[in-house]
Design a protein around this ligand. Sequence first.
Ligand SMILES: [Zn+2]
Length: 208
Amino acid sequence: MSRRIQSDLIICRDCDTIYEYKHTKVRQPVHCTVCGHHLYEKKTRFIHRGFSFALTALILFIPANLFSLINLDKVGNNRNAVVFDGVIDFFRYGKVACGISLFLFCMIFPLIHSFTQAYVCFGLLYKVKLPGMVKALKIHQKVAYWTMIDVYILAFFVVLIKLGDIAHVKLMTGIFFVFAYLIASLAANYACDNVMLWRRLREFTYDE
Ligand SMILES: [Zn+2]
């Protein structure tokens, strides 16, 4: 995704070529002519959809973290585990960096990412000038690179396969909420093009 640098200027993230924003048809992606990187794409009702999916992701985030992901039964020792148990276990076994990474990349940053999108889109959708909308959108773009819940799910299933040899593992409700959260947050990302969001926010905040 490209960055918006001034009112109508777009900079390519890959090669830093600067372009002037041009109105295009809906669903007509604009690419960098130098490196082919995707610059922006006009989408229909992107604020409405962006808000709906981001809000859905936020709501799903709660059960995804509250409900157990798995039930582990190892030689009579039965245990349910939620996402945060992974953080605690890392700390317990002295893997502080792993614990902090899991906490930030799979819990805090995804939460901030969904929240800031819902916040900005809500303000734009209902034409409410909420405090710090510009800052919220900047944070949203920054944390986008650090949300790694998809990596967590992949690692989670690798661990499950390995655990299968030494313990009886049963998937619990929480894992389905994690999947649902992931799908909603991917849909929220797809619904909203950041360049279009920046344009709409600029028009909205300057439209006094
Ligand atoms: Zn480029």
